[in-house]
Design a protein. Structure first.
Length: 307
């Protein structure tokens, strides 16, 4: 995509967006609700026509060359997009017959646990079951590019891991996988490249280690703790700087009563922190030490307010 634009009601939902996905890689497109990511992917799938810029999939225009692209591209929509009156396996077998060299339907069904509800009408499937069936329909034709919109939404942990294993297999087979998800751990685990979209533009791109890098502290551990709201975090950072010199410290109240402390965390850090909290006559209700996550990056880039 180069300079992609899409307008609804006089408002630019996608505003000059540039993005590229490559073969043999999982490209994750992340963004808050209303950021433009679904519209962007729909332009790639040929479901919407761009109002500006260019989109090419396998070198072809997704709208003008739709007939040529359909045998080569798999699409899994967030709502499934499945006919509701047919039985699950009947639908998958029907879809498979549209392709010249489809995957083995029974093997794919076994991978995704579809046999358990093979004779159930699609309308009677649970959300997670529909998602697994929709994924099977998207990949049964051995696509060169596959678009997966929230592929593990509504799934139990066992199903999620089965889906993740299949995505990794697609990548190993040289498929270009474009993934949209609100599950940051899913993107962090699967993605080779992440694009963060907000207000119709890509605001950050890179592999996960690059995005997790945080200047001087890199992806070093952070301390998170819960206590009463309104603690003077500036005074906390200054206290740590006095007790633990030669280190850069930052402390923020990410949400009311939820604090994040960044710096070279060591046992002495926790001692200094708890000592300062005791001087504030403040009880910690939760304290954890962990590395910066993709969710931290996402919230830093897009903010914490609801959309």
């Amino acid at each position: 995509m180069r300079g992609l634009r899409k307008t609804y009601g006089g408002r630019d939902v996608v505003d000059g967006l540039d993005l590229q996905a490559t073969a043999g890689a999982v490209t994750a497109v992340l963004g808050p609700n209303g950021a433009g990511k679904t519209t962007t992917v729909e332009c790639c799938e040929g479901l919407r026509s761009p109002d500006g810029g260019t989109v090419r999939v396998l070198g072809l225009d997704p709208v003008a060359d739709a007939a040529a692209l359909r045998p080569r591209v798999g699409v899994m929509l967030q709502d499934g997009g499945l006919p509701t009156g047919v039985r699950a396996m009947e639908m998958l077998r029907h879809v498979s017959r549209m392709y010249a060299a489809p995957r083995d339907v029974d093997e794919l069904a076994e991978r995704l646990g579809l046999h358990a509800f093979a004779r159930t009408a699609v309308r009677r499937l649970s959300g997670g079951q529909r998602q697994r069936l929709a994924l099977a329909a998207a990949v049964v034709g051995r696509p060169e590019v596959v678009f997966l919109d929230e592929p593990s939404a509504g799934m139990d942990p066992q199903s999620r891991h089965a889906v993740w294993d299949l995505v990794r297999e697609l990548r190993a087979d040289g498929v270009a996988v474009v993934l949209t998800t609100h599950l940051m751990d899913e993107a962090e685990d699967l993605a080779d490249v992440v694009h963060v979209v907000d207000h119709g533009r890509v605001i950050a791109s890179g592999d996960v280690p690059h995005l997790l890098s945080d200047g001087a502290s890199g992806s070093a551990p952070r301390v998170r703790f819960a206590a009463r709201p309104g603690l003077p975090v500036g005074a906390l950072a200054a206290h740590l700087a006095r007790d633990l010199p030669d280190a850069g410290w930052s402390a923020v109240e990410a949400e009311p009563g939820e604090y994040v402390l960044a710096g070279p965390v060591a046992p002495a850090t926790l001692e200094a922190l708890t000592g300062w909290l005791a001087a504030q006559d403040t009880l910690v209700t939760r304290l954890t030490v962990g590395r910066r996550t993709l969710e931290d990056v996402f919230l830093d880039l897009t903010g914490r307010h609801l959309r």
